[in-house]
Ligand binder design. Structure first.
Ligand SMILES: [Zn+2]
Ligand SMILES: [Zn+2]
Length: 238
């Protein structure tokens, strides 16, 4: 059995990483900001696990709030890091594109927080183009890494066999950055590189049976809420 345990990298669900636990092993999806390794280590410890239990680290994309502690956790755990080739420039220190989706993104961009540099991390066999990758070290519970571009060119989602999906920043829910309040209310994250591609990627996940969406900011939300978000994006943002 697979359990999805959220790590509150910031309070109120404002920033989430996730530990997927299977028996005495785990996969980490996203790593929070720089210096967040300790928060993730605490969640592992509460489950009776240590860094050696990590089989893989998956980065949904290369923004600092998701990849910021990847290098440190890779060093602590010796686990391979998986990401999509489209975000390798960000993982190698290039500043991200920050196209604001509204007033909060415009103000947030002024803080420069999202563009701060963080420790570079080596990625093992990056995903290429639209091709999936599978993590199959658990024969009864394979994890599929699905390219879901849009928020960034190299965003990916982690899909379980029973329709749970860790979708990074493809959408968020709540208010401001995400989380805090009204967590079932979906919204666009503060930045998005290509909204049309986001819509395609969300449809891909629904078509592939995603039922419950775990998000980098806020969430989780249901497939129905995601469908309504798609309809809203088409009506108001395309
Ligand atoms: Zn992001
Ligand atoms: Zn984010």
């Amino acid at each position: 059995m697979l359990r999805i345990v959220p790590v509150s990298a910031l309070p109120g669900g404002m920033l989430n990483a996730y530990v997927l636990i299977h028996g005495r092993e785990a996969v980490l999806v996203d790593t929070g900001l720089p210096a967040h390794a300790r928060k993730i280590g605490k969640v592992l410890a509460a489950e009776g696990l240590d860094w050696g239990a990590l089989r893989a680290i998956v980065l949904t994309h290369g923004h600092i709030d998701h990849a910021g502690s990847a290098a440190e956790i890779a060093r602590l755990s010796h686990a391979p890091v998986h990401a999509h080739e489209g975000d390798l420039p960000y993982l190698n220190g290039q500043r991200p594109l920050t196209r604001p989706t509204g007033w909060f993104g415009r103000i947030f961009r002024l803080t420069g927080m999202i563009e701060r540099p963080y420790a570079r991390v080596a990625v093992e066999a990056p995903l290429q183009g639209a091709a999936d990758a599978t993590l199959s070290f658990w024969p009864d519970q394979r994890l599929t890494l699905v390219p879901t571009p849009g928020h960034t060119l190299g965003s990916l989602s982690v899909l379980t066999e029973d329709g749970q999906v860790l979708a990074g920043d493809l959408l968020s829910s709540g208010i401001l950055l995400g989380g805090i309040a009204w967590r079932s209310r979906t919204q666009q994250p503060p930045f998005e590189e290509d909204t049309r591609t986001v819509v395609q990627s969300l449809r891909t996940l629904l078509d592939r049976g995603a039922r419950r969406f775990y998000l980098g900011h806020g969430g989780p939300v249901t497939a129905g809420q995601v469908q309504r978000h798609i309809d809203w994006l088409i009506r108001h943002r395309l």
